[in-house]
Design a protein around this ligand. Structure first.
Ligand SMILES: C[S@@+](CC[C@H](N)C(=O)[O-])C[C@H]1O[C@@H](n2cnc3c(N)ncnc32)[C@H](O)[C@@H]1O
Length: 271
């Protein structure tokens, strides 16, 4: 992302037009709080698998700070969030209070010391980076983790591994058009490779359906009250409704090719 010209993702929410808001900010603006492809259930599983109790934890791109609450419930020794968006930094800092700190920085240069955390958690953020930036962020996670530390990611995956390049391009273009973010999900094999190329060992891989906008998932993630408010906001705002229906159409069209993926990658004990 450019240093001089802020991207749409960096503008304060009030200055962004509904027509080209990135999908996660559009959904947040409409009252949705869980913005991960596998929903709350996969987040909870990811955090259990990452072993956070008494750990020094880095959360990469905490967004609205929803996962921060679940991290703190596991009683880590310390919490630091690193987030590029100023609005998101202050939202997460409000959630975390005196139990941790949130800094404004790009995930590829966190400013943390080498080997200073036991776990790094990143959800729904690597998918939206270029291949080069994915590699830079993964290398940064590797640098700040202690030997034996875990990098836990919850991202969007393409299915099956045998998809042709043309099929992958078609899905990525459709996602980019509807969610207004250059989403570049990878197949399971590709996610494994970007992590092992950086020196990680793969400890766990799990999947969940990509059902972000399916009614049953929305109710499970948000609860009935917040779901009703979200639906009312969608109905009341025609421009936002058009965007949400467009996103849902893309997710439905490619439902057999999209999944949420959890990967726990471990920094070898001797590195
Ligand atoms: C889809 S939201 C996910 C937020 C949160 N992890 C969650 O699952 O709800 C993406 C967040 O990633 C942040 N982000 C995107 N690229 C980033 C980067 N390179 N460095 C730090 N934060 C980034 C955005 O500012 C936004 O808050």
């Amino acid at each position: 992302m450019s240093e001089t010209a802020p991207s749409r993702d960096r503008l304060p929410l009030a200055e962004r037009k509904v027509e080209d808001l990135p999908g996660h900010w559009l959904l947040a603006h409409l009252g949705k709080r869980v913005l991960r492809p596998g929903g709350r259930a996969l987040t909870e599983q990811l955090l259990d698998d990452a072993h956070l109790t008494d750990a020094d934890v880095l959360e990469i791109a905490p967004g609205l700070g929803k996962t921060a609450t679940s991290i703190l419930e596991r009683n880590p020794r310390s919490y630091v969030g690193v987030e590029a968006d100023a609005d998101a930094v202050s939202l997460t800092q409000q959630v975390v209070g005196s139990r941790g700190r949130v800094v404004t920085a790009d995930a590829d240069s966190t400013g943390l010391d080498d080997a200073s955390v036991d776990a790094a958690i990143g959800e729904a953020m690597l998918t939206m980076q270029s291949e080069r930036h994915k590699a830079d962020i993964i290398a940064e996670a590797f640098r700040v983790l202690r030997p034996g530390g875990r990098y836990a990611i919850h991202e969007l995956a393409l299915n099956p591994d045998t998809l042709s390049d043309d099929q992958k391009t078609e899905i990525r273009k459709s996602l980019a058009r509807s969610i207004k973010v250059n989403a570049r999900p990878l197949t399971e094999a590709e996610w494994r490779t970007v992590l092992t190329d950086a020196g990680f060992e793969i400890e766990t891989v799990r999947f969940a359906p990509m059902a972000l906008l399916q009614p049953r998932r929305v109710i499970a993630d948000e609860g009935v009250g917040r779901t009703l408010r979200f639906v009312a906001n969608v109905i009341r705002q025609p421009a936002a409704r058009k965007r949400v229906l467009g996103m849902r159409k893309t997710f439905t069209t490619y439902r057999d090719n999209l999944a949420a993926i959890e990967v726990i990658a471990r920094k070898p004990a001797d590195r």
